[in-house]
Design a protein around this ligand. Structure first.
Ligand SMILES: O=P(O)(O)OC[C@H]1O[C@H](OP(=O)(O)OP(=O)(O)O)[C@H](O)[C@@H]1O
Ligand SMILES: O=c1cc[nH]c(=O)[nH]1
Ligand SMILES: [Mg+2]
Length: 212
C-alpha cells in the first residue's frame, strides 16, 4: 500500500478552515468539494487512458481519452460530500455506492447499502471517504471491491490517523493489487472514542447535520 500526503499550501489553508469548529455546514460542504478536487489532481496520476487522435483546425493531434471509465465509490454518508469535487475532474466516470457505518462503541464497521456493478473485473476504482480513523471502514470497502474484481484502487481521504494507516496496511496485505491512499494530512492520533486528533469532528454530522 502506498500513502501520499499532499503537501500544498492551498490544501493546508482549506483544511485549516475545515477543521475550525466555527465553520458552518454550507462552507464545510463547499471546502470539502474544493479539497477533493485538489487531492484528485494527485490521486488520478495513474488513471487509465487510451491514445486517441483529434483534428485541430491546423493538423492532427495525438492525445488521450479517459478509458475505460473509472468507477468512483463514495462511502455514505460522509463520502457523498466528496463526490462532486471528484466528478468535476472526471465527469465521465461511473459512480457506485457503499453505505457503511461504524458502531460508536465497538468501532466495527458494517455495510447497510450497496449499489455497485456485480463485476468489477479490470476496473480502476476511486474510493471516497473523508475520515480514515481506525481504518476498519476502508479495509472492509476495499475487500468488497477486490472481491468483485477491482484491480487498481485509490482511496481519497481528507484526514488519516497513523493507527488507521497501520491497521489498513495490515488489513489489505493479502490483496494482490496496487492500493494507494491519498490524504490532505496525517494527524497525530486517535482518541479513546476513535476520533481523529486534532481531526475535524464527525465529518458526516458536519456535512449533513446530526444523525441521531
Ligand atoms: O476508520 P474508521 O474507524 O472505520 O472510521 C471512519 C468512518 O467513520 C465515519 O463514518 P460514520 O460511521 O460516522 O458514518 P457517516 O459517514 O454516516 O457519518 C467516516 O465517514 C468513515 O466512514
Ligand atoms: O474523527 C473521526 C473519526 C471517524 N469518523 C469521523 O467522522 N471523524
Ligand atoms: Mg459519522
Amino acid at each position: 500500500m502506498r500513502l501520499l500526503v499532499v503537501d500544498h499550501p492551498l490544501v493546508s489553508h482549506k483544511l485549516t478552515t475545515l477543521r475550525d469548529e466555527r465553520t458552518p455546514s454550507p462552507e464545510f460542504r463547499r471546502l470539502t468539494e474544493e479539497l477533493v478536487t485538489l487531492l484528485a489532481y494527485e490521486a488520478t496520476r495513474e488513471v487509465r487512458v487510451d491514445p486517441v487522435t483529434v483534428q485541430t483546425p491546423v493538423a492532427e493531434a495525438h492525445g488521450v481519452a479517459l478509458r475505460p471509465k473509472p468507477l468512483v465509490v463514495p462511502i455514505l454518508r460522509a463520502g457523498l460530500g466528496m463526490l462532486e469535487g471528484l466528478m468535476r475532474l472526471m465527469p465521465t466516470a461511473e459512480v457506485g455506492f457503499l453505505g457503511m457505518v461504524r458502531n460508536e462503541e465497538t468501532l466495527e464497521a458494517s455495510t447497510y447499502a450497496e449499489r455497485l456493478p456485480a463485476d468489477l473485473s479490470g476496473r480502476q476504482c476511486y474510493v471516497l471517504d473523508p475520515m480514515l480513523a481506525t481504518g476498519g471502514t476502508l479495509a472492509a470497502a476495499l475487500d468488497f471491491l477486490v472481491d468483485r474484481g477491482a484491480d487498481h484502487i485509490t482511496a481519497i481521504c481528507l484526514l488519516a490517523a497513523p493507527e488507521g494507516i497501520a491497521n489498513l496496511e495490515a488489513g489489505v496485505a493479502h490483496l494482490d493489487i496496487p492500493i494507494t491512499v491519498v490524504t490532505a494530512a496525517l494527524d497525530e492520533k486517535l482518541n479513546e472514542k476513535g476520533y481523529i486528533v486534532p481531526g475535524l469532528g464527525d465529518a458526516g454530522d458536519r456535512l449533513y447535520g446530526l444523525a441521531h
